[in-house]
Design a protein around this ligand. Structure first.
Ligand SMILES: Cc1cc2nc3c(=O)[nH]c(=O)nc-3n(C[C@H](O)[C@H](O)[C@H](O)COP(=O)(O)OP(=O)(O)OC[C@H]3O[C@@H](n4cnc5c(N)ncnc54)[C@H](O)[C@@H]3O)c2cc1C
Length: 181
């Protein structure tokens, strides 16, 4: 496992792997299953943990979890289209599309992504946006780690000054009663 500090580190790993016929995988937390048939370098992104919010735009490194973005955005009356688990990684979620509990009203979280900094398999550092490297931008918003390793992502926050939600849990012994009511 290689812990990286920035996109340049990721590029070094990519070039080394390409030159030695090794695979490369990426992980922040480990919610994605990894199975490899050849020697593979595992890139760990936890040190890329900076978040910035300007106006309605958030920028975060690929080591950021949703809980960090939520804590920074909520005092401003803003919310990212995060999923149900605050400890999930922002980039792992967004590169999978990202369906938020409030997604019925706002759509998929990856549709609010405005820029992605990515390192491709040959070690090239690129920015993908709706007007720059557009195919890559399209593919990264659903392609997980297949097209490269993301070092940072920029996305729009929505206005949500108030949120009311929660869950009710019942004992299995009460299922008939609860269902009836
Ligand atoms: C408790 C829980 C609740 C969840 N709720 C929701 C939900 O409400 N909505 C929803 O849409 N999803 C939900 N998910 C799914 C979650 O979005 C995925 O499991 C996501 O992949 C988690 O990413 P991670 O960083 O936490 O895991 P990791 O294992 O670190 O990453 C998972 C995969 O994401 C990709 N990836 C991670 N980092 C990078 C990177 N830097 N560059 C490129 N690819 C990368 C890789 O393919 C990697 O294998 C939930 C998951 C859990 C465990």
């Amino acid at each position: 496992m290689i812990e990286v500090a920035d996109a340049t580190d990721i590029a070094v790993v990519m070039r080394f792997a390409a030159g030695h016929d090794h695979g490369v995988a990426v992980q922040l937390i480990g919610h994605g299953a990894l199975e490899h048939t050849r020697p593979t370098l595992l890139v760990q992104t936890r040190f890329l943990d900076e978040v910035e919010i300007r106006d309605h735009t958030a920028w975060g490194g690929s080591g950021v979890r949703w809980e960090t973005v939520l804590a920074a955005a909520a005092p401003l009356g803003l919310m990212p289209l995060a999923g149900s688990a605050p400890r999930v990684g922002v980039v792992g979620y967004l590169t999978g599309g990202g369906l938020s509990p409030i997604g019925r009203g706002y759509g998929f979280a990856s549709d609010l992504v405005t820029a992605i900094d990515v390192v491709t398999g040959d070690g090239t550092i690129l920015r993908a946006t709706p007007s720059e490297n557009t195919d890559l931008f399209w593919g990264l918003r659903g392609g997980k780690g297949a097209l490269g390793i993301v070092s940072a992502v920029e996305f729009t926050l929505v206005d949500l000054p108030e949120f009311f939600g929660g869950c009710l849990y019942f004992s299995a012994a009460d299922v008939a009663d609860v269902t009836h009511r």
